[in-house]
Design a protein around this ligand. Structure first.
Ligand code: PRP
Length: 188
């Protein structure tokens, strides 16, 4: 995999903009979850950077858990319909205040499916916190309680989002050069 500069059209959201917004989200979540048993659930893998930064900006007691899902029959971010759990939580969520932490919502199928599966486990509340909302691409209605940024329908990478599994470690969100898009298998 080549250096990210080869793929970068522009920085869409800088490190400073990300961290400023995450501080605001953390403050909001801290206010809303006072006196609750907060459990942050990160959907792997894209959400890890967001989770790590967000949880440091929340000042109420919390715990974390992880899950991974994959689309049925799809290897790309172009998800359609139901997803299946490939890595399940290690803790029970029954009676707990669950906040799902996602890097991006695109069609909405992934989060809709995860919400459906987790609600069967009877958490006391179940909400969604997403960093990037690619609203124009939505195919199913999903409730978003905390939203970092609404972004245009462009192929983005960095800050958890990958380019063929690389460059998740970039501290900013970048837009892929249009002439490079055909080389990569991604809809996001
Ligand atoms: C991305 C992202 C969401 C999903 C959003 O995951 O993290 O889970 O796609 O797309 P949707 O709204 O159209 O369902 P991806 O499958 O790329 O896996 P990753 O997090 O491991 O990169």
């Amino acid at each position: 995999m080549s250096d990210y500069n080869e793929f970068l059209d522009e920085v869409l959201i800088s490190e400073e903009q990300l961290q400023t917004r995450i501080r605001q989200l953390g403050a909001e979540i801290s206010r809303d979850y006072r006196d609750q048993d907060l459990l942050l659930i990160c959907v792997l893998r894209g959400g890890v950077l967001f989770l790590a930064d967000l949880m440091r900006q929340i000042n109420v007691p919390l715990s974390i858990d992880f899950m991974a899902v994959s689309s049925y029959g799809a290897g790309s971010r172009q998800s359609k319909g139901q997803v299946r759990i490939t890595l399940d939580l290690t803790t029970s969520i029954e009676g707990r205040s669950v906040l799902l932490v996602e890097d991006i919502i695109d069609s909405g199928h992934t989060i809709a499916s995860v919400l459906e599966m987790l609600s069967l486990r009877r958490p006391s509340s179940l909400r969604v916190c997403v960093l990037l909302d690619k609203a124009d691409r939505r195919e199913v209605v999903v409730p978003i309680h905390y939203r970092g940024f609404t972004i245009p329908n462009k192929f983005v990478f960095g800050y958890g989002l990958d380019l063929d599994e690389y460059h998740r470690n970039l501290p900013f969100v970048g837009v892929l050069r249009p002439d490079k898009a055909s080389e990569l298998d991604q809809a996001g």
